[in-house]
Design a protein around this ligand. Structure first.
Ligand SMILES: [Ca+2]
Ligand SMILES: [Ca+2]
Length: 191
């Protein structure tokens, strides 16, 4: 006896999609954000923001909210805390942009929160348009909870802009939708 037929599978998937749309506040719990440089260029970040409740919500990455930052190397006075100081000014000489040494692939910058937080939106600010616009074209963003990687994304900051906004998906709903997509695909292939 088949308890779940194709029609009920479709209804289940429709329900999952609706639940995902309705559960925008149920988000990934993390305590760390790492930004990795995928080229040999130095990594510079003007600001990294990690929001609970969207862009108008609480930015838990801020040093003033208890977070601390580190990076794999440092050049030119570009200390890691400059990306969590609340100042998005991307002009390096204005003193609020980080700078690693570069020269090898994989320099990274990382912020650790004072506690676990539900994060739904990331926002990265690179250097201003006065210099080095291509250095942040090829980055990887990784999110961690208790040292376990829970999200990864290859991305970059467009050369005609200084910032990117990254929606953080809710993992359980995504998994359910993925299973639904696979089930519906199998159904089509059998048809
Ligand atoms: Ca800054
Ligand atoms: Ca760029």
């Amino acid at each position: 006896m088949r308890i779940i037929n194709n029609n009920s599978k479709f209804l289940l998937c429709a329900f999952a999609a609706t639940a995902l749309a309705a559960s925008a506040s149920a988000q990934l719990t993390i305590d760390q954000v790492r930004i990795i440089q995928n080229t040999t260029d130095a990594l510079s970040l003007a600001e990294v923001q990690a929001f609970e409740f969207g862009l108008g919500g609480t930015n838990w990455a801020l040093a003033s909210n208890g977070s601390t930052a580190l990076q794999t190397s440092e050049c030119c006075g570009g200390s890691p805390s400059r990306a969590i100081d609340g100042n998005t000014d991307g002009a390096f000489n204005n003193g609020s942009v980080t700078h690693t040494a570069g020269g090898t692939i994989g320099d990274y910058w990382q912020v650790t929160f004072a506690a676990d937080h539900s994060i739904d939106t990331l926002r990265l600010f690179g250097r201003g348009l006065e210099c080095c616009e291509t250095r942040d074209d090829n980055l990887t963003v990784k999110l961690y909870n208790n040292d376990v990687e829970v999200f990864t994304l290859n991305t970059g900051i467009p050369n005609d802009d200084q910032e990117i906004i990254i929606p953080v998906p809710e993992p359980a709903s995504l998994s359910l939708l993925s299973l639904c997509a696979l089930g519906l695909l199998a159904r089509r292939r059998r048809a």
